[in-house]
Design a protein around this ligand. Structure first.
Ligand code: DAT
Ligand code: MG
Length: 154
């Protein structure tokens, strides 16, 4: 199934100069970038994005972290993109994330919720999050020259 997923390079990823390194990993895996922009969100927007965590003890910390600097928001498309993207990102806790994953290669502990990237967890989250972060005309349709090999027939 061809899916779209939302990835955010969170402020720690941007501030550490890892934008290119992170994007490269999705791009080389064959995931197509169909939307991308830099945004600096306020707490109201962040609350909407992280609404599922509103009652967690770390919610305030999470809001502070996600609003402390600019974010690169990316819409990725590919076959089973939601699962594939989560695998590339690695486990939520960097001390459990495997080497080879973004979190496993560039972090080792979850300080104030910092784990470099966000990725949609499932189809309904992906749909909701893409609608929150991107207007319809900010998502583009085009063909990558390697689609025959990395996606196959649609
Ligand atoms: P993920 O980002 O892997 O989907 P999540 O949805 O459970 O993880 O949590 C959202 C973010 O909240 C996560 O990326 C980092 C932060 N977070 C999660 N658990 C935490 C904890 N126990 N303490 C501090 N921050 C936490
Ligand atoms: Mg999550």
């Amino acid at each position: 199934m061809i899916q779209k997923s939302l990835v955010l390079i969170k402020p720690d990823g941007v501030e550490r100069g890892l934008i290119g390194e992170i994007i490269k990993r999705f791009e080389q895996r064959g995931l197509k970038i169909v939307g991308m922009k830099m945004v600096w969100v306020d707490k109201d927007f962040a609350k909407e994005h992280y609404s599922e965590h509103v009652n967690k003890p770390f919610f305030n910390e999470l809001l502070t972290m996600i609003t402390e600097g600019p974010i690169v928001a990316i819409a990725l498309e590919g076959r089973n993109a939601i699962k594939v993207v989560r695998k590339i990102v690695g486990s939520t806790r960097p001390d459990e994330a495997l080497p080879g994953t973004i979190r496993g290669d560039f972090a080792h502990s979850l300080i104030e919720g910092r784990n470099l990237v966000h990725a949609s967890a499932n189809e309904s989250d992906a749909e909701k999050e893409l609608r929150l972060w991107f207007k319809e005309d900010e998502l583009k349709e085009y063909e990558r020259s390697d689609e025959k090999h990395v996606i196959g027939k649609r």
